[in-house]
Design a protein around this ligand. Sequence first.
Ligand SMILES: Cc1ncc(COP(=O)(O)O)c(C=O)c1O
Length: 351
Amino acid sequence: MMDKEEAAIQRSCFASDNNAGVHPEILASIYKVNSGHVLAYGDDPFTKTAIKQVQKEFGTDGEVFFVFNGTGANVSALATVTRPFQAIICPRTAHINVDECSSPERFIGCKLIDVDAPYGKITPAAIDPFLSSLGDEHQAQPKVVSITQATELGTVYRPEEIRILADYVHRHGMFLHMDGARLANAAAFLGCSLRDLTGDCGVDMLSFGGTKNGLMYGEAVIFFDQVLARDYRYTRKQTTQLASKMRYIAVQFERLLEHELWRENALHANRMAALLADLVRELPDLSIAYPVEANAVFVKMPKESLERLRSEFFFYITEDSGQLARWMTSFDTREEDVRRFGEAVAESLRE
Ligand SMILES: Cc1ncc(COP(=O)(O)O)c(C=O)c1O
């Protein structure tokens, strides 16, 4: 018999990578720095070391800052490079557009222009019609294009796609921001480095996620051009993202990057998603909605089957039709849970 705790874990283990715990090595790293007093707000040796390590990993002498969470990383990074009459272009599915309770609009004060993005990815062609406002004093002026890697739909931009976007954005005097809440999953999928998908492709600012890949909490904001970071110290504080006990975020990043723990965690999550997709792909009345490239599997299934399944497992339905479900895996997803879930999916379609 499963105990209550085990049953609760199983119930929610495909709902979100945020539902996972903390990687034991990350937890150990927090414990390791937990003695004595050091200067607060990032003036400590652990933060300085972690910043250097992030710079090395991303091949940049740009500026690195640690913050509490992903929404805060996005909002503070975007706020520091924009003015209130400007606009931020993003895919319709972007987290900043649909899942941040309009904090970008409130705290950045800019208009968000959301554009069509098949599979969660935008292209210059989709952005083009929105640039006719450039130079028109009656309209908000696009200043940043924000993309998400891996996307909210579990797909991954290839380096050439990012490079093309970056060139396009720069040609029009704008910046390219990347919401990299799951950058590790994208790099693991492509077998490349973190820098291959960011600074080396022309990304200007990055919200680099840690929480979804084994951290307790914490994200890093990276400006590949130091000039863009000029006012960020103040913006970070004003947007409430300056941690006093910074060493605990910093040391988690140091451990995540050491020996590429980020890749190990992300590869595992991706493999579990690929396995789940393989287990259900051939089932009748089920189709996989988007290419499974990172750690998300989106499926279309009859509403009644999804409801039956949801009485046993919690996960999100992402469309009003009630027929599109999102299943997510994480660094600690167990293969036996994936197999059990795959069987439950098959069962729900049989009933
Ligand atoms: C793509 C993406 N960006 C940003 C975030 C925001 O993270 P947080 O919940 O830490 O604010 C999330 C969280 O789910 C996300 O999926």
